[in-house]
Design a protein around this ligand. Structure first.
Ligand code: GRG
Length: 302
């Protein structure tokens, strides 16, 4: 089998299994029917499941991903989807289109969209805690808690929320600098991508050395991913990308493209991908999926 074919199969298999777990967690009969409908509407709208697959691929460096890893994969996608619902609100990025469909607040009203986002965030921690409780070995429970803490920090006031706040503060600010650009990216997008890889490693009981290598991989991957996202906002097709295009420019957003221009941004993304791949050199063939994920980033269409 060709390497790319094997990669696509493996990626798809992890994404499908994550979807199965998400379906199970989002069909609980006691959940409020309207909020459940909105959560399902947003979660099953066709996301790439990148964060889930990264978590599972990092976990798979050591073993077949465990049931706990699939719980965590579903949880991280819930947190990611919550962040998109809230990001699209009128008070934040004010968007009508997400994952190729009408945004939650446009379809269900603002208050319900906020509640569905809050519900997804809380459900994520419920799912992670449940899987920690079900561990029989003390060391596994401890690793599960480390993994969940990693995600909490990345999603919280030191991570994604800090990035989002800084992004909003610096909108239309002519004094923008490279330092601000990197801060926003590393917190808003980078932190959760980083936590996905680290949580997968924690769940497998990875060594500090391995975690440091994965941390470097995730930083460079997150950077390449964000630069490509900014490029797609200029060169992408709205139908394919599934969200509004050209919005960063209209909103005077500080992006890699607005700061460095298109060509330099492409070079920076390429460089980050090389560094991400280099960071995996100690893992051998086991890291093929992580490697191929990095290499596939410039081909992203959505
Ligand atoms: C509201 C606390 C809070 C945070 C929002 C993630 C975020 C912070 C805002 C989204 C804005 C944005 C478009 C960031 C660029 C990178 C990014 C996160 C893109 C969306 O992720 P994908 O491409 O989406 O992985 P899918 O739909 O495939 O899951």
């Amino acid at each position: 089998m060709m390497k790319t074919e094997r990669f696509e199969r493996q990626y798809q298999s992890f994404a499908t299994k994550t979807d199965q777990m998400l379906r199970e967690k989002l069909t609980q009969p006691k959940q409020h029917p309207l909020i459940q409908e909105i959560m399902r509407y947003c979660v099953f709208a066709g996301g790439k499941r990148l964060r889930a697959v990264l978590l599972l691929a990092a976990n798979a460096l050591y073993r077949e991903p465990s049931e706990t890893a699939f719980h965590f994969a579903a949880a991280i996608e819930m947190i990611h989807t919550y962040s998109l619902i809230h990001d699209d609100l009128p008070a934040m990025d004010d968007d009508d289109l997400r994952r190729g469909q009408t945004t939650a607040h446009k379809k269900f009203g603002e208050a319900n969209a906020i509640l569905a986002g809050d519900a997804l965030l809380n459900l994520a921690y419920e799912v992670m805690n449940e899987s920690a409780i079900s561990q029989t070995e003390y060391v596994d429970m401890q690793n599960t808690l480390y993994a969940s803490r990693e995600i909490a920090v990345a999603a919280g006031v030191n991570g994604m929320i800090a990035g989002q706040a800084e992004d909003l503060i610096n909108e239309s600010n002519p004094q923008n600098s490279e330092r601000v650009l990197l801060y926003i990216h590393q917190h808003k997008t980078g932190a959760l991508i980083h936590a996905s890889c680290l949580a997968g490693a924690y769940l497998a009981g990875a060594s500090s050395e391995d975690k440091a290598a994965l941390s470097k991989y995730a930083e460079e991957l997150g950077l390449a991913f964000q630069i490509t996202d900014d490029i797609l906002d200029v060169t992408g097709d709205s139908k394919e990308v599934g969200k509004s295009i050209g919005k960063d420019d209209r909103d005077n957003k500080l992006t890699f493209v607005s700061y460095y221009g298109l060509e330099r941004s492409k070079e920076l993304a390429k460089n980050a991908i090389e560094l991400a791949v280099q960071a995996l050199s100690g893992f051998g063939d086991a890291a093929d999926l992580l490697r191929e994920i990095a290499l596939s980033i410039p081909n992203r269409q959505k």
